[in-house]
Design a protein. Structure first.
Length: 151
């Protein structure tokens, strides 16, 4: 029993490490020229940890400085560094969180399938994990479909 559990953990870690690079929304990472999309379209590969952390840093530090340096709400909203940086940063953080949630749900599904094979869970638990994955993936792909840079 202990060996089975260790094997499941090992396989889960391998699956987790490789899945963060995978595409959840087929066809979503074509270049604008390939997809016929305009150049403001955001792509799945844009929603990654590094980009989200840079965006969070902008929201955490730069926005405060911008607000301090402007005397009125109108001057803040008309400042290019704010009206472009703020919505793009929010989009990157939100999209990355949605993508991470879907990838985690996918990994939980894979672990559930392995647990079913060794008899540790029932088929209904795999079905629930599958539904959770599909729901979170669809939520991210719906978000991605409309995600564009503010310019």
């Amino acid at each position: 029993m202990m060996l089975r559990t260790l094997l499941l953990v090992f396989i889960s870690i391998l699956t987790l490490n490789t899945s963060f690079a995978e595409e959840l929304c087929p066809g979503s990472d074509k270049s604008p020229a390939q997809s016929g999309a305009d150049e403001l379209k955001m792509f799945e590969k844009d929603f990654n940890f590094s980009h989200a952390m840079k965006s969070a840093q902008f929201l955490e530090k730069d926005v405060i400085e911008i607000l301090k340096n402007h005397k009125s709400p109108h001057s803040v909203l008309s400042y290019e560094g704010f009206y472009i940086g703020y919505p793009n940063s929010v989009t990157f953080v939100k999209g990355t969180l949605l993508r991470q949630e879907a990838l985690i749900a996918k990994n939980k599904l894979e672990v559930s399938k392995l647990k079913l094979k060794i008899g540790e869970i029932q088929k209904s638990e795999v079905e629930k994990a599958e539904k959770d994955f599909v729901d979170t993936r669809d939520q991210f792909c719906g978000f991605l479909k409309n995600a564009e840079y503010v310019d």
